[in-house]
Design a protein around this ligand. Sequence first.
Ligand SMILES: Cc1cc2nc3c(=O)[nH]c(=O)nc-3n(C[C@H](O)[C@H](O)[C@H](O)COP(=O)(O)OP(=O)(O)OC[C@H]3O[C@@H](n4cnc5c(N)ncnc54)[C@H](O)[C@@H]3O)c2cc1C
Length: 405
Amino acid sequence: MSEREGLAPACVDVLIAGAGPAGAELARLLAEAGTSVLLVDPLTDLRRAAFSSAALPLAAVEHFGLPASVVASQWSRWLLLGPGLQRREWSSSQQQPLGAVLDFGSLRQWLADQAVAAGVQVQLGWRAERMEPVAEGIRTQLRSVTGERRWVQSQWLVDATGQQRALLGDPSPAHGPLVRGVGVEWLLQVDPEQWQPWADRLSFLMGSTWVPQGYGWVFPMQPGVLKLGVCRLLDPDRSQPALNPLLAGLLQRLGLSQAQVLDRHGGLIRSTVRRREPHQRGRLLGLGDAVSTANLLGGEGIRHAMASSRVLAPLLLKALQGSPLALRRYPRALRRTLGWRWTLSGRLARRTWLGLRDARADHRLEQLLTGLHSQASAEDLSALLFHYRFERYGLRVLPYLLGWH
Ligand SMILES: Cc1cc2nc3c(=O)[nH]c(=O)nc-3n(C[C@H](O)[C@H](O)[C@H](O)COP(=O)(O)OP(=O)(O)OC[C@H]3O[C@@H](n4cnc5c(N)ncnc54)[C@H](O)[C@@H]3O)c2cc1C
């Protein structure tokens, strides 16, 4: 274990709750600038409970300097199955990698190791329970997995607890509804000949006969290991079938029912579409999924969570140097970093996924995919799905996605 063992200090500059990609990245950035940081997480082993599928575009892997040790596989192709029996594939020019599938547990561990190397104190097996303002700071009660309790005082407290928003709480409805997606994923051990057809590509299962109101996926990990998952937006107006039987059905349909299931995991993605919720309450700041950086279109948020750390770090350093008003710029700076397409993609996600529940919607999707297959390259598809560049397809794609067709 690379984390420094020992008791939490009673007093630090910044306490960060949550050692996910957002919290660990912020901790490292602050410590490198000389700040004393305590990072806590209820997980006792960051390699476990690796709930995320962790597919990323290559640009993000390079931008955040992620090492080969956290990359489970690379991919250079897109494969879309559906609607129905349709199969369409896009390959990058000269088979150049377009992205990676990370081992999410290894990513978390590597980020925590980087933070420790920069001087962060990491306390695993501890959760932040509640906090109260004190003169010149904030006091937070931590609780260990064994039930022990302790108070820590800090100048600033960061809620990086992901979609749980354990300290900030859910935004009020006045800030827009929290759109919720639920995902379940199984890690499969398969024979080499079963693994090969899924290697080097991100494969998605689309259309109401595969996953109503959502989509499925098969991502390659290291040779012999696949991730099979389904994700769906929660529709308050409809009862929806349970995801685990749906996943078992996909296993059969894809001829993978002999596979050994190594792990079953999943989780929620919850974001407001407009991201207008408060990012700060007194000495408490929100980060990553806790302030809706997860994107609902592709169920994707690792790089956005880490981007939020890079936006917050310099502002928080200014606050620590005596200019707390610098933090007022945080929500707007983060919105600017995510870009206007981020908000648009959230709207499109709601319409696209919630609407995908019958033959009519399948037909519209079919038309869209036929157009994309004949005109778009694999790189174009990445630009569309990872960089939300819908306007490139202008009048054809936007009206479809916005539900005007
Ligand atoms: C099924 C599924 C598939 C996904 N697939 C992808 C994908 O392919 N690509 C992608 O980019 N994103 C994907 N995501 C989303 C991505 O995983 C998240 O957006 C990202 O992990 C958010 O990072 P974060 O640091 O904000 O929060 P998290 O990663 O959720 O980290 C929050 C941390 O806070 C800890 N915590 C919780 N409560 C407390 C507390 N009270 N005190 C202290 N710590 C606490 C948790 O243990 C956790 O470690 C997926 C999500 C799901 C659910």
